[in-house]
Ligand binder design. Sequence first.
Ligand code: PGA
Length: 253
Amino acid sequence: MKSRKPMVAGNWKMNKTIYEARDLIRAILPQVENIEAVDIVVCPPHVCLGVAKRETEGTNIMVGAQNMHWEASGAYTGEISAGMLVDLCQYVIIGHSERRAMFGETDATVNKKVHAALKAGLKPIMCVGETLEENQAGQTAAVVEGMVRGGLIDVTPEQAQNVIIAYEPVWAIGTGLAATPEGANGVHKDVIRPVLRELFGPEVGGAMRILYGGSVTAANAAELFSQSDIDGGLVGGASLKPDSFAAIVKAAL
Ligand code: PGA
């Protein structure tokens, strides 16, 4: 038994209309009924957060956003602040590799967003992970450590209790090539966990959850989640189908 409560979060990315989101949540709910031992989170697009909140009220499914801006308000056309999200959801994915690769996010902007989220009362799911080139060059540990440290600058131990880390090797996302359970656990246990312990102390650093993401499926989830420092998953493609998402949630039990 792990002391950390597992979490399975579905990152829907840019998929589902409002009505499709409603239907997907309604299809997931009966399949995960009464599961209290796993924190279950769905992260739909911003425009679906309202319907997600309505459909999940009073249930064991929680809601997260996929991104936010670090400022509280102002002339940032097209952006959404943490203060706007906090009425709709409890979690927010920050620094996903797609946002880093396509939308110019850096450790510095990730760090600003982490602070803004925490200040507003949202729990950040901060994503880190190396590219294929970095992996092949043997830079995984250095890159991941740098991203963890860079994203968490000036976060206090008290705040860190509300931060979730997601290790998502870029080469494993959407490719069907998940990291091996031992390989992913090595990064969680020997790279990320020691940094968290150093930054926030052994107790808080030991209690923070580190999720794995990248081609998690109903077939590989149980083995991944059985590893000592894999505390659940951030699931993309497989979170869009109620059966596979529910099976992944159950694999975390
Ligand atoms: P995937 O995506 O499960 O489709 O690989 C994971 C993610 O990007 O969070």
